[in-house]
Design a protein around this ligand. Structure first.
Ligand SMILES: O=C(O)CCC(=O)C(=O)O
Ligand SMILES: [Fe+2]
Length: 296
């Protein structure tokens, strides 16, 4: 009979093994409490490069968050009252709350509707992020989908409760451009504990060769939890950066109604030739793919 001796170094599970034993929803990324001052430190740049993501605490004050929420709510009401279904050719995702109110769940080109949002993203702190994105990077307020505000909500009538596995770099391929180094910068308007669902990602997948971008999972069609996934939690006012090549999804909240509200704004960091959109632009192909997969 063989007995297994549980002694020696092999008896001590690694962090990864320990993490694997936890129920999935509890596997939240533990990361140092990073703060962003003037520029990213060497440690912060290395963290982002190694893991493919980073979170900065309290990028904006709670008062600023409240002010910006009022602003996005005003833009939302304006878009709904004007009966818009798309902006610059990019379709909006619109849902209905229990009380019958229609609201925008994926707002695009948001800064073009609000001088306050436009001013916020011109804050010098965002410049330090542009610097690490690479030389010549800009915030493309009129390019691609512009400044996006996602509004996830778990409720009957909601059109945006979750988003399947994807890489953001797929957009480049659909725009017939070589996937570039692409940083996705998210600013949180709401606290986002795991009970609100939120981002689940596969650390290190940003280092995959281009083929992996296309083949690792079925873009947008696959919503299944992955045993290697980790959740990113954040609070209102936090800022996150993830590498556009990393595989991620947005899980559905276990909470419902108002308690499930999760609003995050994404900044379009661009380089290369300027291709501004206007009212005559047509819908991008990658959004058609998302639509086919049932997202919006
Ligand atoms: O809501 C989020 O934080 C992420 C959304 C996302 O992955 C996307 O819109 O591509
Ligand atoms: Fe994404």
């Amino acid at each position: 009979m063989t007995t297994i001796e549980m002694t020696g170094p092999s008896a001590t599970p690694t962090d990864a093994e320990r993490a694997r034993l936890l129920p999935r929803a509890n596997r939240v990324i533990q990361m140092p409490s990073f703060h962003l001052d003037e520029r990213l430190t060497k440690e912060q740049i290395e963290f982002l490069d190694t893991y493919g993501f980073i979170r900065f605490k309290a990028f904006a004050t709670k008062a600023k968050v409240r002010e910006l929420i009022e602003e996005i709510e005003a833009v939302d009401r304006q878009i709904i009252s004007e009966g818009r279904t798309q902006i610059n050719g990019v379709p909006l995702i619109i849902g209905t709350k229990k009380d019958g109110t229609r609201f925008v769940q994926r707002m695009v080109f948001s800064s073009l509707f609000s001088p306050k949002l436009a001013e916020f993203i011109r804050d010098p702190l965002f410049k330090s992020i542009l610097e690490i994105a690479g030389p010549g990077y800009r915030i493309g307020e009129r390019e691609r989908d512009g400044l996006v505000v996602n509004h996830f909500r778990h409720e009957e009538g909601s059109s945006y409760k979750k988003l399947g596995w994807h890489t953001d770099s797929l957009r480049d391929i659909f725009y017939f451009e070589k996937p570039r180094k692409y940083l996705n910068v998210g600013f949180y308007f709401d606290d986002s504990p795991v009970t609100k669902g939120g981002v689940r990602l596969l650390p290190f997948t940003h280092k995959q060769p281009i083929a992996g971008l296309l083949t690792h999972k079925m873009h947008f069609l696959d919503n299944e939890p992955d045993e290697d996934e980790y959740a990113i939690e954040a609070e209102a006012g936090d800022l996150t950066i993830h590498d556009g090549r990393i595989w991620h999804r947005v899980a559905q909240a276990t909470l419902t109604g108002d308690a499930s509200t999760r609003r995050v704004m994404y900044l379009p960091l661009m380089d290369g030739p300027l291709k501004e959109k206007n009212e005559n632009s047509s819908a991008p192909l990658y959004l058609k793919l998302r639509k086919l997969a049932g997202h919006g």
